[in-house]
Design a binder for this molecule. Structure first.
Ligand code: HEM
Length: 403
């Protein structure tokens, strides 16, 4: 990868830089009418909110529309739970999803990346999202769970239905949310049924996969219910798939935009991990985390009532000049880099080691295989709705293979 000729074009992520800069300019906290929520932008305040689940709850189950197929999801979906329920589930799942399990996936991730890139071996132009960034994390999650290879396609189809469309506009109201949920409910039902069957097969015939380990996990005599495992699988797909896709796409487009990065990574691939951290800081896939206050509290000098909606703005916090030197500069060698992209506190991303591993392996393989990888025109790149996820949807690239 050497970067490309399109550096003069308007870089669409610049709009985010402007937005986050203006958030800082408007002070530590501001009320956003569109979201009906308080946006908090300073690094210290965002960290403090995420570190205090007693005051800033993650449980929105009473606020959203209900749909019976989603109830199953909720039971194992501990990102939306507060202590003590959260602790019980997270501890049980931690028994199965250990650093050893994650590190053991490295050869499989390499094999999947190689297979996906082999499939485009005769092309000098392809869509990096369609061919690599989108399928990679979903195949890895399916493998992790012990889903037979023949059924990986099913997971890809479900993920496309769940995340493929621009289901929601910028400020969805309740009716819009209800419609969106109804539209994807049949897919959710089919997936729930499949995962329940898979759990039953593994209970009868345990293997070395995460599903079998989840079934065996036990803390103080408590075990996971089948429904909780189904909910956790859904959480893995929601939290672990599209975020990793976004990270890979953002990395390639950002490296392309900063050609010096590519030269230095090519010269010293040992610096890929640092560069990945900087992409994470610069373009956090989940830029906004929602919380609900459980009691009156003062944030950034502003009194908030109990029941207020608060947005902990990771995108802005990661660009806080009080915490990061030259925060708007993409510096692939930045170290230390205490970004908040994986959250903070009890909900700190469970899959961070896996996301990092996938990104490092995939990027190193791109560097190894291609002497040049360029985004020919930013005009052809399409983007996700940044209120939902910061990332590219389509990323056409042109490549020159290593001789
Ligand atoms: C939680 C980001 C990849 C599984 C979170 C949170 C963030 C996050 C910000 C905290 C949410 C909150 O506090 O409300 C990311 C990003 C990723 C990524 C940016 C990729 C670049 C993954 C992967 C997996 C995963 C690959 C698993 C395969 C989870 C789970 C939680 C979580 C289970 C909930 C943890 C809890 O509530 O205790 N993630 N994630 N994530 N993530 Fe990730």
């Amino acid at each position: 990868m050497t970067g490309n000729s399109s550096t003069q074009e308007h870089f669409p992520f610049d709009a985010l830089t402007e937005r986050w800069r203006s958030l800082h300019a408007s002070g530590p906290i501001r009320y956003d009418e569109r979201q009906s929520a308080w946006q908090v932008t300073e690094y210290e305040a965002v960290s403090a909110i995420l570190a205090d689940p007693g005051t800033f709850s993650s449980d929105f189950s009473s606020a959203g529309p209900t749909q019976e197929d989603f109830e199953l999801f909720r039971q194992g979906n501990f990102v939306g739970m507060d202590p003590p329920e959260h602790r019980k589930l997270r501890t049980l799942v931690s028994q199965a999803f250990t650093p050893r399990v994650v590190n053991g996936l490295a050869p499989r991730i390499e094999a999947v990346c190689a297979r996906l890139l082999d499939a485009v071996a005769d092309r000098d132009r392809f869509d990096l999202v369609d061919e690599l960034a989108y399928p990679l994390p979903i195949i890895v999650i399916a493998e992790l769970l012990g889903i037979p290879a023949d059924d990986h396609k099913l997971f890809q189809e479900w993920a496309s239905t769940l995340f493929g469309g621009d289901v929601l506009g910028d400020a969805p109201d309740m009716a819009e949310l209800e419609r969106a949920l109804n539209a994807i409910a049949p897919t959710v039902r089919e997936m729930n049924g499949y995962v329940l069957d898979h759990i039953r097969r593994r209970r009868a015939n345990p293997g070395e996969d995460l599903t079998s380990k989840l079934l065996a996990a036990e803390v103080d005599g408590a075990r996971l219910e089948d429904q909780e495992i189904v909910g956790f699988v859904a959480l893995l797909l929601v939290a672990g798939h599209i975020t990793t896709t976004a990270l890979l796409g953002s990395a390639v487009v950002t490296f392309d935009r900063h050609p010096g990065t590519l030269r230095s990574l090519r010269a010293d691939p040992g610096r890929v991990p640092e560069a990945v951290e900087e992409v994470l800081r610069w373009l956090p896939p989940f830029a906004e985390l929602g919380r609900r206050t459980t009691r009156p509290v003062v944030v950034g000098g502003q009194e908030l009532d109990a029941g207020s909606m608060v947005v902990a703005h990771l995108g802005a916090a990661n660009r806080d000049p009080a915490r990061f030197t030259a925060p708007e500069v993409f510096d692939p060698a930045r170290n230390p880099n205490p970004h908040l992209t994986f959250g903070h506190g009890i909900h700190f991303c469970f899959g961070a080691p896996l996301a990092r591993l996938e990104a490092r392996i995939a990027l190193r393989m791109l560097l190894d295989r291609f002497s040049d990888l360029a985004v020919p025109s930013y005009g052809e790149v399409t983007f996700q709705n940044p209120s939902v996820i910061v990332g590219v949807r389509h990323l056409p690239v042109e490549v020159v293979r290593q001789q």
